[in-house]
Design a protein around this ligand. Structure first.
Ligand SMILES: O=C(O)CCC(=O)C(=O)O
Ligand SMILES: [Fe+2]
Length: 321
């Protein structure tokens, strides 16, 4: 209950509005992205059974022996298994890596791509489930970007509501990734600071996040030092803006910091989450930006074109290899 109260400032948007009242849906999404960059969606169109199945297989996968998981460890494209403490998201304050393990899936292309990710047997057998959820996440993000383009009034000459969409086709080469995450209970005693996922912002366009049962996700609103809990609300997904969208809109839409902490009541329990990181095609990120995306009276310090994203990418690679 406390959690729900704490989350009162995080908007909950009914996504059935996208079909019934697109202008209203567009305004609500734009407002949420301008203020907090984080919001819940209900009536998002996912089949709850599919999401349950993904969580079920996520647990089965991480329950396997360590050697089994290591057989498909993270590759140079950032797909595969990432071990506990291998990723460190907050370089400034963390002394040890995140207390989590994860598995990154690349996009699922139907053609026989010789470079396609080779999946562990457990996932290979359930490829159609993971492929369908990955594509649904991608499709949902495209709709959210359409809503944003409507609210930002991108003119027809620039591609109107399809401006963002043209840069995010499923077949473009991009950093898109479906990630399953397991946060085991902490093994460090209470006096030492341990964290499930250090403070960071996501560097793509949007992230779709499915939480289940165990909370711990927190956000730090823009210009604030406070951390606000993002509790689990059954059948709701969490959406957040990434750095790329903040960059394209010169800070109008906010990519804010978030982290996953050990809460006292659940520090002894395993936590699982599923995230979809939605990215623009690598070759089109720096294409020209319609002037409508540049707010007229914005005091936000601009992020330098591309450098920020590049830095983030380099950081990601450095900490793994
Ligand atoms: O597991 C979560 O709730 C959040 C994970 C996250 O922020 C990330 O992997 O970027
Ligand atoms: Fe994140």
């Amino acid at each position: 209950m406390t959690d729900i109260l704490q989350s009162k400032n995080i908007p909950i948007i009914d996504f059935s509005l996208f079909e019934t009242n697109q202008p209203l849906c567009a305004q609500q999404i734009k407002l949420a992205c301008e203020n907090l960059g984080f919001f819940y969606l209900k009536n998002h169109g996912f089949n709850e059974k599919d999401i349950e199945e993904v969580f079920h297989n996520t647990k089965l996968y991480f329950d396997q022996p360590h050697e089994e998981k290591q057989k498909f460890k993270i590759n140079e494209h950032y797909y595969g298994y990432i071990d506990i403490r291998q990723e460190l998201l907050d370089l400034e304050t963390q002394k040890i890596g995140d207390h989590k393990e994860s598995f990154n899936f690349s996009k699922f292309n139907d053609n026989d791509d010789p470079l396609a990710q080779v999946l562990p047997p457990l996932f290979h057998e359930r490829k159609s489930l993971f492929s369908s959820v990955s594509k649904k996440c991608h499709g949902l993000c495209l709709k959210i970007l359409q809503a944003l383009a409507i609210a930002l009034e991108i003119p027809q000459s620039e591609g109107d509501k399809y401006w963002f969409e043209s840069k995010h086709s499923y077949d473009l080469k991009s950093g898109d990734c479906l990630r399953i995450i397991h946060y085991p209970p902490t093994v460090i005693d209470n006096d030492q600071k341990d964290i499930r996922a250090g403070s960071h912002s996501d560097y793509g366009s949007l992230t779709v996040l499915f939480q289940k049962d165990i909370g711990g996700l927190e956000i730090q609103p823009h210009n604030s030092t406070e951390w606000v809990s993002v509790p689990v609300i059954p059948n709701h997904v969490v959406i957040n803006v990434g750095d790329c969208l903040q960059f394209w809109t010169k800070g109008l839409l906010k990519s804010i910091k978030h982290r996953v902490v050990f809460r006292k009541d659940t520090r002894d329990l395993d936590r699982y989450s599923i995230a979809y990181f939605f990215h623009a095609g690598s070759d089109v990120i720096l294409d020209s930006i319609p002037s409508q995306l540049i707010p007229q009276d914005n005091n936000t310090k601009y992020i330098t074109a591309g450098e920020h994203l590049q830095n983030k990418l380099n950081v990601t690679y450095q900490k793994i290899y």
